[in-house]
Design a protein. Structure first.
Lengths: 286, 286
């Protein structure tokens, strides 16, 4: 399997995300895997696939307790196509929470991502939703976003925009446009939702700067933090649809942020996410 | 200074936050410090002071480039009064960004906090504010929140609530109340704003669950992520006031989240922050 980087249904019946995040234990706290062509981005692998792979290393660790609660991934450098190596160790295990430290390397030993995660055992108890899911049409009433011209990772998702569908031109809008997008998204190839797919989806919102500018600029995620609001058994089976809402608060001198929410169709907040981003100013040559 | 845990103006002219976050290098990547009685919380030290101390370890490292962009602190266990030990190392240094890994220990060697940070060199460039500061009365038109009955750390801040002033009773409200609070806050003892004080203030919003319930329950921050939107030289000198807005999106089976914004009085977004929290359900005995 070491050279199997694209999931070919003829030889591999696993979902592309399961292939992309597949890990083999090589020691008590170490794992090897391989980047995925299915989740390729502009430069390097889609950050959401990398986040899911780092989370999976902790999730598959024999010492793991509970389910993912918080995940932070810092992207140190683009990941090249090829094998990867992950270390994941439980820094501290409490009665109901467990703190993880993960790192991702490639052949030359240089670190490509650092990450931390908190896993937690939830006990049934008081529940209160402050945020409410936006009222939106159902996915079958909406057109599918034409993903073919975009990076491979985009083609892994069926996206149906309610507001903030990307309008990317050759030159920026005269005035910055709203940063918000609301869309349904799910895996193109059906796969039951879990914390891995939610981790990946938390990075599946297009860079808000493209939305605001209406033009492409060099852009990347520097740091991604996702909070998971469901235990594994509480993630609705459903049909895989998740309602996403993305926004941003500021773009300032090369760095900005963006935020996102992921909702189940029955109105349950599954995950919230923020990211710190870098960008370069738009130039006619680009 | 090793036993000096409370800043006494008679013997120490430094600001309590500078005393609380004071570090002595003990090796290329290691530091010692001491907890602060001035920033004591219910159990252990105020998480904001701990976050600022971890950030300071990276900031004071001789290899550091740029200014804080992103900070994540995972609180593994309460910090007891006494000496602390911090390790801080640059995992990866790029041209404009630098990735840090920090850990905090106490005497017995057990890890009490893990953290990561990204520092960045900002170059002047395109800037666009998506979020806008709430329109609010100025601090001199508002009453100061009576902090005396609260934990020591609360007494380090002058807080002036515009909305969502804490109303904590013996029993919860009949119905959950809004999670939002908007307040001015600044250090009681004047201190120029910097990334350290912003890191501390990012944890200075009272637990949103108290606001929603109107009653106290066992509560703590599990993980805190703060994004800084200003280079050091762009943090307004001003008079120390920062407008804070705090909210939450969900409380579910023992774990929840909260979010915050910190604005300069001239309407500049200085920092945004999220945290994953734990809580226990309210019980009459507590």
């Amino acid at each position: 399997m070491d050279t199997q980087t694209t999931a070919d249904p003829a030889v591999d019946t696993r979902h592309p995300l399961d292939v992309a995040t597949s890990l083999t234990a090589t020691g008590p706290d170490s794992w090897t895997g391989h980047t995925s062509k299915d989740y390729w981005a502009f430069i390097g692998q889609f950050g959401g696939a990398t986040a899911a792979t780092l989370l999976r290393a902790a999730r598959e660790h024999p010492d793991r307790i509970g389910d993912p609660l918080a995940l932070t991934v810092n992207y140190c450098a683009p990941i090249a196509e090829g094998p990867i190596r992950i270390t994941a160790r439980a820094a501290k295990t409490n009665r109901t929470t467990q703190h993880w430290i993960m790192d991702l390397f490639q052949q030359d030993g240089d670190i490509l991502a650092t990450a931390t995660a908190v896993f937690a055992k939830r006990r049934p108890g008081w529940t209160h939703d402050v945020a409410r899911m936006p009222q939106v049409p159902s996915p079958d009433q909406l057109a599918r976003f034409p993903s073919a011209p975009f990076a491979k990772w985009v083609q892994q998702y069926d996206m149906r925009f309610i507001t903030g569908s990307p309008l990317i031109g050759k030159t920026p809008h005269a005035e910055p446009q709203p940063a918000e997008s609301i869309l349904w998204l799910r895996d193109v190839i059906a796969r039951p939702l879990d914390h891995l797919s939610l981790a990946a989806m938390s990075d599946a919102f297009f860079g808000r700067i493209f939305q605001v500018l209406g033009a492409m600029v060099p852009f990347g995620t520097v740091s991604l933090t996702t909070y998971f609001h469901c235990a594994a058994e509480d993630i609705p089976a459903g049909d895989g649809w998740v309602l996403g809402r993305a926004g941003a608060s500021v773009f300032r001198s090369g760095f900005g942020d963006q935020s996102g929410e992921l909702w189940s169709p029955d109105g349950r907040l599954l995950a919230t996410t923020v990211q710190a981003t870098y960008f370069r100013d738009w130039k006619p040559e680009e």
